[in-house]
Design a protein around this ligand. Structure first.
Ligand code: ATP
Length: 297
């Protein structure tokens, strides 16, 4: 029998108020256990609405939703199994970071004090300061740590790195990778393509309340164009190789774009003396943008 999905929604519809926006228009979404799933889409697409339904902060107008195999509205135990970070994480400003994290750790069945101290030190976070006196970025660090600290089976994160500097974004990537190695499921909305590229197994793209694509990151990477630069010991040769386009020759240097696997190019190059070869990590951003754009625009 197939494993129970970590998240499954079917024909999920959410209409806000009377005559309000229809934020979700029949969303079908399945996230497998142990998967890191990126939930992407332009502003107002319905990401936060979906996330709030998953953790039962709001109820759908119609359709079904199961999280770790149960309906969020009917399970009190479910909340303890989810590490949740809201897009607008707010905490009681009078408490110190340590007081808040220790309190939340207690609610979630306990977290070794050493783990909290380690995470705070990795994240360069002063736990003795009152939360109200912290900068936005430092408050966000607390938000991230409270979601991860008890190693929940499922993490649901709404824009987890908003307000974090590039170093901390990288720390976040490490935390997600550690969670993935640990078998935890991660579902996160994000606008930061680099962190999505580095962490996610699959991405779902939502636009105007409907899922318009679900893709494996590896497959996107194969389809994406890579920039290649080759330096020869004499004038660069003209190449006519399948998958290679936009060839520009500049003396001993050849620049081109490559799609698909590199075998034909490598074999063509092997007939010459190659001094250096640089292949850039493919940029998935361009591919995402094609999904973000509305038809007809
Ligand atoms: N409480 C609410 N009352 C009425 N309409 C709402 C409410 N919350 C969201 N909406 C509307 O629902 C739609 C989806 O909003 P949602 O916040 O889910 O999008 P999002 O994808 O998370 O956007 P962003 O990337 O800007 O955070 C929008 O049209 C929004 O205006």
């Amino acid at each position: 029998m197939a494993e129970t999905p970590a998240i499954r929604t079917e024909a999920l519809v959410k209409r806000y108020g009377h005559g309000g926006a229809t934020a979700l228009k029949g969303l079908d979404l399945t996230v497998a256990p142990g998967e890191v799933f990126g939930f992407l889409g332009p502003n107002g697409a319905g990401k936060t609405t979906t996330i709030r339904i998953l953790i039962d902060l709001i109820r759908p107008t119609s359709g079904s939703v199961r999280v770790l195999g149960v309906e969020p509205r009917s399970s009190h135990e479910l909340r303890a199994k989810i590490g949740y970070l809201a897009g607008d994480f707010v905490a009681n400003g009078r408490q110190t970071g340590r007081e808040l994290l220790t309190y939340l750790a207690g609610l979630r069945g306990g977290v070794p004090a050493k783990r909290i101290e380690r995470l705070a030190s990795d994240w360069d976070l002063d736990l003795t300061k009152r939360i109200g006196s912290l900068s936005k970025g430092n408050r966000q660090k607390i938000g991230v740590l409270q979601a991860f600290m008890h190693r929940p089976p499922l993490l649901i994160l709404d824009e987890p790195t908003s307000g974090l500097d590039p170093f901390l974004q990288q720390q976040f990537v490490s935390l997600v990778q550690e969670a993935a190695r640990n078998g935890q499921t991660v579902f996160m909305s994000s606008h930061v393509m680099s962190e999505v590229q580095q962490t996610c197994d699959r991405v779902g793209i939502i636009r105007a309340g409907s899922l318009v694509a679900v893709e494996h990151i590896d497959e996107l990477r194969e389809r994406a164009l890579r920039k290649i630069e080759v330096r020869f010991d004499s004038d660069a040769p003209a190449l006519d190789v399948p998958g290679v386009s936009d060839v520009v020759i500049d003396g001993k240097v050849l620049r081109c774009k490559l799609s698909g696997d590199a075998d034909a190019l490598v074999k063509a190059l092997a007939r010459h003396h190659v001094v250096d070869l640089i292949s850039e990590e493919p940029e998935l951003e361009e591919i995402f943008f094609t999904y973000y754009r509305r038809t007809g625009e």
